[in-house]
Write a protein that binds this ligand. Structure first.
Ligand code: GAR
Length: 215
């Protein structure tokens, strides 16, 4: 059973989709620890409800960012975490954590990277006027949303979309592709070749998860 550590800053709906995927048997994994930088995060309630240990770690309690991420890495290692999941963790992860988990940290971003990295990916897409956006699961490197892409899903953008309506449509796909990406990792089917992530032995029906038909 693969040991997961989840980092979340807010609502935690992606965290919940991972919990649900474990509960349903889709993922053979266990969440060993939730770490949040926000004492108000609703993700904490979700952890409580599912009896998942959680830790509130606020950057302001550490002398600098490197010590903050070193402390996070230590907590994760202490619990034997093998894969780190950023689920709405609204911070740029620094070197000490990345070095502790090379190509073992995943992030989900609400846009089709490399378009619209950083904050408010959905708002950026609406304002730019693209006709298709979506979401991306990628491995985390030292850049902002620049790591090797694992899976993506596309959704249409309509002329009357708002940031909220587009976010809702994208979120539905996030909740499918994140568990799928984690499953691929657990099954040992992700091979990182420089910038490219190769999905080994990809099955045709899985293609529908990452390429849902555009409505
Ligand atoms: C999700 O849409 C996720 O893609 C986004 O924050 C939301 C978190 O929702 N993440 C980022 O923008 C990271 N740069 P959740 O807390 O309900 O999972």
């Amino acid at each position: 059973m693969t040991r997961l550590g989840v980092l979340a800053s807010g609502r935690g709906s992606n965290f919940q989709s991972i919990i649900d995927s474990i509960d349903s048997g889709y993922l053979y994994a266990k969440v060993e620890l939730l770490i949040t930088d926000n004492p108000e995060a609703f993700a904490i309630e979700r952890a409580r409800k599912s009896r998942i240990p959680f830790k509130i770690m606020e950057p302001s309690h550490y002398p600098d960012r490197d010590s903050y991420y070193r402390a996070i890495a230590e907590e994760l290692k202490k619990r034997g975490v093998e894969l780190v999941i950023l689920a709405g963790f609204m911070r740029v992860v620094k070197k000490p954590l990345i070095d502790a988990y090379p190509m073992r940290i995943m992030n989900i971003h609400p846009a089709l990277l490399p378009s619209f990295p950083g904050l408010h990916g959905q708002r950026q897409a609406v304002e730019y006027g693209v006709k298709i956006s979506g979401c991306t699961v990628h491995f985390v490197d030292e850049g902002v949303d620049t790591g090797p892409i694992i899976v993506q899903a596309a959704v249409p953008v309509y002329h009357d979309d708002t940031e909220e309506s587009l976010s809702e449509r994208i979120l539905m796909e996030e909740h499918k592709i994140y568990p799928y990406a984690i499953k691929l990792f657990i099954e040992g089917r992700l091979k990182v070749d420089d910038r490219r992530v190769i999905i080994l032995d990809q099955k045709r029906e899985e293609d529908k998860i990452i390429n849902p038909p555009l409505e």
